[in-house]
Design a protein around this ligand. Structure first.
Ligand SMILES: NC(=O)C1=CN([C@@H]2O[C@H](COP(=O)(O)OP(=O)(O)OC[C@H]3O[C@@H](n4cnc5c(N)ncnc54)[C@H](O)[C@@H]3O)[C@@H](O)[C@H]2O)C=CC1
Ligand SMILES: O=C([O-])CC(=O)C(=O)O
Length: 332
């Protein structure tokens, strides 16, 4: 397939475009991909934005390319264009794959999304092995281990550069805790650790900033609402997909943090699902410090209360199975 022809005029940096990073969005025509691409086009740290999908790419690319922001936009349609989409990228964001419908778990997406993530990561290993990779496609608890195995096979694996996006869990936790405390959610920071599915999503309500305390009813309500936030949206959308707008916001926030880290800004800390030694599991979400090489430091979990320790044990069991399922998919 040809590169989207309407874009052939955009082969060099636009006059006046700010110097910055090259970012690719894979799955850019989708429910997350479109608003995420729009938000990345607005990011002043982005100089080149590559949009890749297997459908509808010419229209989305033409549309976003009309925004008078610095990033130069190019569109790529279909597998034959994947390598061109990836070559030279500093950051690759992957929201490609099918979303849930009511009654499904994230793991029910494994059969289709595992293969999509594998193919896209094979392209990354070949064309931009040093890029930072942000994995959004579900089930994140398995797709990040899948990406790691693909990179290991290709000999390009750098655990510092592979990050599962769990920012939406933190975004939701900040919102719901802000509502309960009567605070502006922008002033609330809730660490959410573990993974990104059901009971593997572990909000650490004992470590909320600003420091505060909750009744046991509040803890039970908040934990359940945060763990089931994705399902709340899936049910409200009633068959039309899962969270897209809040997810695009969360993914753009996380990508911006990665870019600020690459840029050398200090003190960038976000929760992310990464290769980790925080527990005995090979992957775990926790606070990480981002820098020029990706994940520069994985912060300790900090003190957990009894409720959180019990939640951690349950989360680890499910996470372990999801990780193994991802690893086996590549090594079967
Ligand atoms: N990590 C997180 O917190 C969240 C993850 N998700 C996940 O993100 C994924 C995408 O969700 P939506 O955007 O709502 O789905 P969607 O169906 O609206 O969009 C997915 C896009 O991926 C594209 N695609 C399919 N196969 C592809 C391939 N081989 N290469 C490139 N693109 C391909 C489709 O054409 C489509 O445009 C789902 O797996 C969903 O579960 C959703 C919300 C939150
Ligand atoms: O719930 C889903 O399927 C999508 C998702 O990961 C989320 O919204 O957290």
């Amino acid at each position: 397939m040809e590169e989207v022809s309407i874009l052939r005029g955009y082969n060099c940096r636009a006059k006046g475009a700010a110097p910055g990073f090259k970012v690719a969005v894979l799955g850019a025509s989708g429910g997350i991909g479109q608003p995420l691409s729009l938000l990345m086009k607005m990011n002043p740290l982005v100089s080149v934005l590559h949009l890749y999908d297997v459908v509808n790419m010419p229209g989305v690319t033409a549309d976003i390319s009309h925004m008078n922001t610095g990033a130069v936009v190019r569109g790529f349609l279909g597998q034959p264009q994947l390598e061109n989409a990836l070559t030279g990228m500093d950051l690759v964001i992957i929201p490609a794959g099918i979303p849930r419908k009511p009654g499904m778990t994230r793991d029910d997406l494994f059969n289709i999304n595992a293969g999509i993530v594998r193919t896209l990561c094979e392209g990354i290993a070949k064309c931009c092995p040093n890029a930072i990779v942000n994995v959004i496609s579900n089930p994140v608890n398995s797709t990040v281990p899948i990406a790691a195995e693909v990179f290991k096979k290709a000999g390009t694996y750098d655990p510092k550069r592979l990050l599962g996006v769990t920012t939406l869990d933190v975004v939701r936790a900040n919102t719901f805790v802000g509502e309960v405390l009567g605070l502006d959610p922008r002033d609330v920071n809730v660490p959410v650790v573990g993974g990104h599915a059901g009971i593997t999503i572990l909000p650490l309500l004992s470590q909320v900033n600003p420091s505060c305390s909750f009744t046991s009813e509040e803890i039970s309500y908040l934990t359940s609402r945060i763990q089931n936030g994705g399902t709340e949206v899936v049910e409200a959308k009633a068959g039309a997909g899962s969270a897209t707008l809040s997810m695009a916001y969360a993914a753009a926030k996380f990508a911006d943090a990665c870019l600020r880290g690459l840029h050398g800004d200090a003190g960038i800390v976000e929760c992310s699902y990464v290769a980790s030694q925080v527990t005995e599991l090979p992957f775990f979400a926790s606070k990480v410090r981002l820098g020029r090489c990706g994940v520069e430091e994985i912060l300790p979990l900090g003190p957990l209360n009894e409720f959180e320790r019990a939640g951690l044990e349950k989360a680890k069991k499910e996470l372990s199975e999801s990780i193994q399922k991802g690893v086996s998919f590549i090594n079967k």
